[in-house]
Design a protein around this ligand. Structure first.
Ligand SMILES: *Cc1c(COP(=O)(O)O)cnc(C)c1O
Length: 386
């Protein structure tokens, strides 16, 4: 195996484009100087476009979970009750953050592998008028579903003023996100998934409605207090030392997204999802999710007649190809193939080809090339990307 070759096909961290890697190796600069202000100014409009918002997008140094915690601690006042829709491990994480702050959270559990049903959420909120915020994931990374957050926001708004708070960590930048048009009040994402950067930055934007709540919240924490980030951003600076190397990288990422065009970026992700799903279907290996619920950034596969962990071990050992395992009760039962960020249809074809070899090695009877051919067909039918 080539020692330096990493075929990283997990749902984050994801591979880094060479130009982004180079940008991140620039010499350090002063974080209170003009260059940093100019960089923050240049970054702002690109981030807003990706979020689909006119609001400022705060950049916090921390992993995605720091953004989730910021969402909770800023918008939920002492004594408030919230609803957390749990479609998998990351929905569950919101309940744990609430627990850590002694916030009363109601859970709406959805079977893992399925997307939330807006009508069910609407009914729940209608029956619980005390709920001030509804928390959901956009892509639930642990199962590979994409929740219909546009429809969720519309359904909740019919019966409640609760804020709609969304964890978009594993798809924003790879899937269309129209925060303002859809009525999302808080959107959070992180740097190491579709944003093609290492972990270390989290991005968060709030609607006008959310800002009203945040401003009247007497307990916003210290490091994660969003008003600090907003007030400093108005002066093109940050409240604390930013991760400057990651900001250099982010600047380049936004240029790459702009050069490709966001519509093309989203179409590429949909295409990669369709190719991946077609391959497993052709190989007669079950997928965890339906076509309707599937996320364009990650595909969860549920083997019935071979061992997921043995399979993961073989492709890692022989090719340096990493796919993710299952989380919590799906551990050992599924594997997840990431196709987000710096990933193309060419990468998908390589991944499927290696997966076929891995399947043979763990004793699964397949016809070599069947998955590849199905993915190639999808590319030929749908895949004109320029
Ligand atoms: C990766 C991820 C996170 C954040 O995890 P960190 O390890 O803190 O970066 C949050 N939510 C979802 C849906 C994720 O996929």
């Amino acid at each position: 195996m080539l020692q330096d070759q990493q075929l990283l096909r997990i749902p984050g961290p994801s591979p880094i484009p060479p130009s982004v890697q180079r940008a991140m190796s620039q010499p350090m600069i002063g974080h209170r100087g003009k260059e940093t202000s100019a960089m923050l100014q240049e970054i702002a409009p690109g981030l807003k476009r990706v979020f689909g918002t006119k609001q400022d997008v705060a950049i916090i140094t921390g992993s995605g979970t720091a953004g989730l915690e910021a969402a909770v601690v800023n918008t939920v006042k002492p004594g408030d009750e919230v609803l957390v829709i749990v479609t998998g491990a990351f929905g569950d994480r919101f309940t744990k953050i609430c627990d850590a702050y002694n916030i009363k959270s109601h859970r709406l559990d959805v079977e893992w592998g399925q997307a939330l049903q807006p009508a069910d959420v609407k009914e729940f909120v209608q029956n619980h008028p005390e709920i001030t915020a509804v928390f959901s994931t956009y892509c639930e990374t642990s199962t590979g579903i994409l929740n219909p957050i546009k429809e969720l926001a519309a359904a909740v708004r019919e019966v409640s003023d609760a804020l709609i708070i969304v964890d978009g960590v594993s798809c924003v930048g790879g899937v269309a996100t129209e925060m303002d048009d859809w009525g999302i009040d808080i959107m959070v994402t992180g740097s190491q998934k579709a944003f093609m950067l290492p972990a270390g930055l989290t991005f968060i934007a709030a609607s006008e409605r959310a800002w009203t709540t945040i401003e009247s919240n007497p307990q916003r924490g210290f490091y994660l207090d969003l008003t600090k980030y907003r007030d400093n951003l108005l002066k093109d600076t940050t409240p604390f030392t930013p991760a400057l190397s990651l900001l250099f990288g982010l600047q380049q990422v936004l240029q790459l997204l702009d050069a490709e065009g966001l519509e093309q970026v989203y179409a590429r992700h949909t295409l990669m999802m369709n190719m991946t799903r077609a391959a497993f279907k052709a190989l007669d290996i079950p997928l965890l999710t339906t076509d309707e619920d599937a996320s364009p950034t990650v595909t969860a596969v549920k083997p019935e007649d071979f061992d997921a962990e043995a399979f993961r071990k073989v492709i890692k050992q022989e090719f340096g190809l990493t796919v993710a395992g299952g989380q919590q009760h799906l551990s050992g039962k599924i594997f997840r193939v990431g196709h987000m960020g710096y990933c193309s249809p060419a990468d998908v074809l390589q991944t499927i080809s290696l997966i076929e070899i891995g399947l043979v090695k763990v004793g699964k009877e397949i016809e070599l090339g069947k998955g590849i051919a199905a993915a190639q067909q999808v590319y030929l039918q749908e895949g004109v990307l320029i």
